[in-house]
Ligand binder design. Structure first.
Ligand code: GAL
Length: 732
């Protein structure tokens, strides 16, 4: 295939590289607290060796909240200082701290995350220390001790980065690539990037090297060097547009070199590319084939359909008690009699019609297929508010609900500080009218979710439901809540120290019973990070889904470690009860007020959505819905990919090939076909073979993302797969 890439216009641009001591090994850890732990000569030789890339929960401290200490013996070379252009400050980066910290160097407290260590202050730290500070022992062994307090959930020091470096001229510079890509004809993409400096008065003057590489061949397709100057008040902008003939990611690299200091900063990103074809103008009904509701409870289902508007909806053989709004596709009412009701949906418009056979199952089971929706956490963290939630609902109805997306879930941060005198919970000032918000969401045909903890407080330090379970369930019922995420967090404070299986189940049984007293179908999502192999008992304990892991981050390391380690839990997935490897990290994420584009590449995002769909898990979009870019929207609106997740058989894919650099996951579908993901875990393109014996006898292999048939007949199937990417096929 021909590969052409032309850069149409360029204006300006950015970059950073400097010496640092990167240390993720050699750390020692102890749970507990003592002032003696900060001392230089304290003997930590018997302490546990720990990896600072993972929370302590993943390293033998399963249920632990409270204090923990990390210690590291490290030589800080004077050459670090000498080779730096600026010589005034040493910089220590921790990513992330969960929840708060104090940093000691050779016995002296040199920095802390907040005035009260017991107040949650999750996030990365960038600490600066004057180079003439006597606490630093240059060219000698230093002892770094970090005291951490975890309020609940995952705890400790973890993430991608721990480093000691010199604060240098480029530490004030960032290459801002946050602007959305602009799409042109023939898969062309372009954008403006910016070289920005903040916090100093330096006049940056140098060059920006821009390069486009084809990762498949390694060939440099375009190269250009531009002069670049910028200051704190005047950033440098560089704009390009590149036409890529092939549908794949190209690598873009930006390197700024400052001529006076000789220092550099660089950034690499890959171009997004669209795979999902645009929907047809003709009506098509998406979403699952089955929907479960309990007898006598309020029923709400929006028929998800794409096609040119206006659409009109029809439902034949709706059970007694339900009625359809023919203009919106919203079915409401309540069915008193148990039973499986086959229904035929038809949707019409000016260009044609679409039909679907559907079964409404009135019985004890709800959530027959995994939830599809949005959750506020990965985008906004504790800064969620009513406006953001309403924006999510509005965007969902405008752009996503026609593909089956329907839950709008508020995570932590909505709760008031103190219960009402009656003991009732209510929302804080960020949600002035919770019932009004829920009514609004329902009026669109969508569902509303909320969050709490069985402990006295949530992981974010807000009020939990401890000893108020019935009361809270009643409040949720009054508001009209359809989904509850119930997060263990501070429940460790009230449960036995080393909880048995019975102790682990207890808070979930209690809340399930409370929810069952309410006249609503409320989905229950367990969040206790996979403790006690929850997948083995989540269903019998009343969970519609259960988290199998700690919190996800928007990095390849986090997403792939979680996603490719779900095989043990896979066999427990069944209609009404699903594994939950945590929410999606696509689009603009941030866990707080400031957001950034996900750090996953386009191919990593295709892997993320494919793997999660194959595993039949809840898909909860974790981005700012008010800022959905074209790529993210395309990624989330592939009806054939979503149909894999929503398959009525409810089976999760199994890992059938686990190679060093690739994996194959196979999911059995209700119609007898198989959905198969060929995943490339390496950094290079590779050809992956799906053996004929794994595929079974088949007539066609369909490329699911592109929605087109690839080959007929049996035998081995080979696909060239991008680094960290996937070929997702349906074998029929
Ligand atoms: C964590 C949970 C996250 C989020 C957060 C809220 O424990 O895993 O998904 O809900 O608490 O504080």
């Amino acid at each position: 295939m021909k590969k052409i890439l032309t850069v149409l216009f360029l204006l300006a641009c950015f970059a950073k590289a400097h010496a640092q001591v990167s240390l993720s090994t050699g750390w020692k850890f102890k749970a507990g607290d003592s002032t003696a732990f900060s001392a230089t000569n304290f003997d930590d030789s018997q302490w546990q060796a720990i990896d600072v890339n993972k929370p302590w929960e993943r390293q033998r401290h399963d249920y632990y909240n409270g204090f923990g200490w990390y210690r590291l013996h490290v030589t800080i070379p004077a050459s670090l200082k000498n080779s730096s252009y600026l010589k005034d400050s040493l910089r220590i980066d921790l990513q992330n701290v969960d929840d708060n910290d104090e940093l000691y160097l050779n016995g002296k407290l040199i920095a802390k995350g907040g005035s009260d260590i017991k107040v949650s202050n999750y996030g990365p730290r960038h600490y600066m220390l004057a180079t003439n500070n006597p606490a630093i022992l240059w060219d000698k062994e230093n002892v770094l001790a970090i005291r951490i307090f975890d309020t609940g959930g995952d705890g400790g020091l973890y993430g991608d980065k721990f480093s000691i470096s010199m604060n240098d001229i480029m530490d004030y510079v960032s290459i801002n690539t946050d602007a959305d890509f602009v799409y042109g004809a023939k898969n062309a993409v372009g954008k403006s990037i910016k070289l920005i400096s903040k916090g100093n008065n330096y006049n940056y003057k140098g060059k920006l090297d821009f390069k486009v590489t084809d990762p498949e061949t390694g060939k440099v397709l375009y190269e250009k060097t531009n002069k670049a100057t910028f200051t704190g008040s005047k950033p440098f902008t560089y704009t390009f547009s590149a036409a890529a003939i092939e549908r794949k990611s190209y690598q873009l690299s930006y390197v700024f070199t400052d001529s006076l200091s000789g220092t550099k900063i660089s950034k690499v990103e890959s171009t997004p590319y669209i795979l999902t074809p645009a929907p047809s103008a003709k009506p098509k009904i998406n979403g699952p084939e089955v929907y479960g509701a309990r007898p006598g409870n309020p029923f709400l289902y929006l028929i998800p359909a794409t096609g040119q508007k206006p659409l009109t909806y029809k439902a034949v053989s709706l059970p007694k008690g339900l009625s359809l709004d023919v203009a919106t596709g919203i079915i409401k009412g309540s069915v008193s009699k148990k039973g499986d009701y086959p229904v035929t949906f038809t949707v019409k418009n000016a260009v044609g019609s679409g039909t679907k056979q559907f079964t409404i199952c009135i019985g004890d089971k709800i959530g027959l297929t995994p939830a599809l929706g949005w959750n506020s956490w990965n985008a906004f963290g504790l800064s969620v508010d009513d406006g953001r939630v309403r924006t999510a609902a509005r965007t969902m109805i405008e752009k996503l609900a026609s593909y089956g997306w329907n839950y709008v879930n508020i995570d932590d941060g909505w709760e008031i500080d103190k219960r009402l005198p009656s003991g009732e919970i209510t929302a804080n000032q960020k949600f002035p009218d919770m019932k009004g918000t829920v009514d609004y969401v329902h009026s669109l045909g969508l569902k509303m979710g909320i969050y709490s903890s069985p402990g006295p407080t949530t992981c974010g330090g807000y009020l939990g439901s401890w000893q108020h379970e019935d009361q809270d369930a009643k409040t949720y019922g009054y508001w009209g809540i359809d989904y509850l995420k119930y997060d263990w967090c501070s429940y460790s404070e009230v449960s036995p120290k080393d909880p048995t299986l019975t102790d682990l189940k207890k808070p979930y049984q209690v809340i399930r019973a409370s929810l069952d007293k309410v006249n609503r179908d409320i989905m229950l999502s367990f969040c206790q990070y996979g403790w006690g192999k929850v997948w083995e008992w989540g269903a019998e304990t009343g969970g519609n889904s259960w988290r199998t892991t700690g919190d996800i981050q928007d990095t390849w390391r986090s997403m792939s470690e979680i996603g490719f380690n779900q095989d043990e839990a896979a066999k427990f997935a069944q209609p009404g009860h699903f594994n939950d490897p945590d929410m999606l990290v696509v689009g603009k994420v941030g866990w707080g007020p400031s957001l950034h584009n996900t750090h996953l590449s386009a191919d990593e995002q295709y892997t993320h959505i494919s793997l999660w769909s194959l595993q039949s898990v809840p898909l909860l979009i974790g981005c700012d819905m008010g800022a959905l870019d074209k790529f993210t929207l395309n990624l989330l609106t592939n009806s054939e990919v979503l149909a894999i997740d929503q398959d009525a058989l409810g089976k999760a894919a199994r890992q059938v090939v686990k190679g060093n650099t690739y994996q194959i996951w196979v999911k059995e579908m209700k119609d007898g076909s198989k959905a198969i993901g060929l995943f490339n875990l390496s950094d290079k393109y590779q050809t992956i073979t799906l053996p004929g014996t794994t595929a079974g006898t088949y007539k066609t292999i369909r490329n699911v993302w592109e929605q087109k048939d690839l080959t007929k007949g049996a035998g081995d199937f080979k696909a060239s797969v991008a680094p960290h990417g996937v070929m997702l096929v349906r074998v029929k």
